[in-house]
Design a protein around this ligand. Structure first.
Ligand code: CTP
Ligand code: MG
Length: 230
């Protein structure tokens, strides 16, 4: 079946607080968006790409898209809305419900080639699908809502959910449209699939697959990219 890549890139980067969305900040002279798409393209040169961009985006340059086969869709209010828009566009072109869809945040330019290959191999062979994830290293505290520790969570068996996350087109579309219809907040694809009663595979990935979120993350991502290149 066809491999589709969905890259949600319609966020405004509120937490980054820069003069433009964080996907248009530069690392080594190239935009974050360009880095991320290059990494994906190196791993999956024949994949079909669906890129979610804000309808009023004034920074995007199509020269940053290395894929031969790609289309642009409008972003939605929340990340899940952007991804659903992408899936609707894919369904309009793709007849196969079993086509594999990998969703990857544009804000994760440091994703490793080996991790991408491993994730693909696992989800392509799995009835449910799965996600890159990294074991939690810190001790995890639950707060009481008033700035004090309510309890310490057992970190054994806890994972950071990363991207890409890969599922069959039919399952993913059902899962996301259902959580949205029910008004459930989800911040990744896997939690929507979990809500269907399915158990996505956890595929161990590198911890340096950082999501650029806060101002200090940009320089860190730059150092990770430089270290990976050397
Ligand atoms: N995203 C999107 N559509 C939205 C919101 C987010 O496509 N309506 C994308 C972002 O561009 C990013 C990914 O989803 O690639 C993860 O979101 P996040 O890290 O939260 O990015 P922003 O929403 O841009 O940042 P913030 O929440 O700080 O505003
Ligand atoms: Mg956001």
């Amino acid at each position: 079946p066809t491999l589709w890549l969905v890259v949600p890139a319609a966020g405004c980067g509120r937490r980054m607080g820069a003069d433009r969305p964080k996907q248009y900040l530069t690392l080594g002279g190239r935009t974050v968006l360009s880095h991320t798409l290059s990494r994906l393209h190196a791993a999956f040169p024949e994949a079909r790409l669906c890129l979610c961009l804000d309808a009023d985006d004034s920074h995007f340059n199509p020269a940053w898209v290395p894929f031969r086969d790609w289309r642009r869709v409008d972003g939605g209010v929340e990340r899940v809305d952007s991804v659903i828009n992408a899936l609707e566009a894919i369904v309009a072109e793709e007849g196969d419900e079993q086509a594999l869809v990998l969703v990857h945040d544009v804000a994760r330019p440091c994703v490793d080639a080996g991790d991408l290959a491993r994730l693909f191999a696992v989800v392509d062979d799995d009835p449910v699908g799965g996600l890159l994830a990294a074991p939690v290293a810190d001790t995890m505290k639950r707060d009481d809502g008033a700035g004090r520790v309510a309890r310490t969570e057992d970190r054994a068996g806890m994972w950071h959910a990363l991207t890409p996350q890969g599922f069959r087109l039919g399952v993913l579309r059902r899962a996301l449209t259902r959580v949205r219809a029910e008004g459930v907040t989800v911040t990744d694809e896997a939690s929507a699939v979990e809500a269907l009663g399915l158990a996505p595979r956890l595929v161990p990935g590198r911890r340096d697959n950082l999501k650029i979120t806060h101002p200090e993350d940009l320089a860190l991502a730059g150092r990770i990219l430089a270290a990976q290149a050397s």
